[in-house]
Design a protein around this ligand. Structure first.
Ligand code: URA
Length: 210
C-alpha cells in the first residue's frame, strides 16, 4: 500500500465499523456510529495540525500552552454522504469551517460534473480535509480533490471510512500527494460500484432513504 494511505486499525474504530456494517443496524444507530467514528478518526487525521503557544493562567501560575487554530481547518463534505461525518468532526474541532462539494456522474460521458461548490474564503491559509465515508470507484474523490486543489489549500487530505482497492488505486494515481485516511480496505467493487463486503449505500443508511 502506498505510504500516503493511512489505515486506522485502532480497535475502537474497527469495533464500531463492524457494528455499522451489520444490515440490521437502524439509521439512528448507523448515524450515531458514523459520528463516533468520525470523532475517533479526526484524532489521526489532525495529528500534524500546527499548534501555537498561548499565554494562559492556571489557578497557580501563568504558562505558555499549545493550542490549534481550529478556524484554519476546513472539513469539506463530498455530498451527500460526507455530511454524515460532519457532526462528529465538529465535536472535536468545533471552530472548524465547513465546505461542500456536490458532484454527479454524467450518464453519457461518465465524468463527474460539479453542481455545487462552496468553501470558506482563502484556502491558501487553511488545511482542508475532504470527507466521504465511501471511496468506491474513486472518480468523485478525484474530481473533488482536483477542484479543491484549484483553490490552493495550504494542505489537503482525504478521509473516508471504507475504501475499495480500485478506488485507492485511482485516487493515489491521480493525487499521489494527498494523504488518505481509511478505517478499512475492503475486497472489491461489484458491477454496480458497491464496495464488497462494504456496508451498503452510506447515504441511504445515514438519511433513511431508498
Ligand atoms: N457508495 C456507497 O454508499 N456504498 C458503496 O458501496 C459504494 C459507493
Amino acid at each position: 500500500m502506498p505510504a500516503q494511505v493511512h489505515h486506522i486499525t485502532h480497535p475502537l474504530v474497527q469495533h464500531k465499523l463492524t457494528l455499522m456494517r451489520n444490515k440490521e443496524a437502524s439509521s439512528t444507530t448507523f448515524r450515531t456510529l458514523l459520528g463516533e467514528l468520525a470523532m475517533l478518526m479526526a484524532y489521526e487525521v489532525t495529528r500534524d495540525t500546527p499548534t501555537q503557544l498561548v499565554e494562559i493562567e492556571t489557578p497557580l501560575e501563568k504558562m505558555m500552552s499549545p493550542m490549534i487554530d481550529g478556524k484554519k481547518l476546513v472539513f469539506a463534505s463530498i455530498l451527500r454522504a460526507g455530511n454524515g461525518m460532519l457532526d462528529g468532526l465538529l465535536r472535536v474541532v468545533p471552530s472548524a469551517r465547513i465546505g461542500h462539494v456536490g458532484l454527479y456522474r454524467d450518464p453519457q460521458t461518465l465524468q463527474a460534473v460539479e453542481y455545487f461548490y462552496k468553501m470558506p474564503g482563502d484556502l491558501t491559509e487553511r488545511d482542508v480535509i475532504a470527507v466521504d465515508p465511501m471511496l468506491a470507484t474513486g472518480h468523485s474523490a478525484v474530481a473533488a480533490l482536483t477542484r479543491l486543489k484549484a483553490d490552493k489549500p495550504r494542505s489537503l487530505k482525504f478521509l473516508c471510512l471504507l475504501a475499495a482497492p480500485e478506488g485507492l488505486k485511482t485516487l493515489t494515481a491521480a493525487h499521489p500527494d494527498v494523504p488518505i485516511y481509511t478505517a478499512a480496505i475492503d475486497r472489491e467493487l461489484n458491477d454496480h460500484g458497491y464496495i464488497l463486503p462494504g456496508l451498503g449505500d452510506a447515504g441511504d443508511r445515514i438519511f433513511g432513504t431508498k
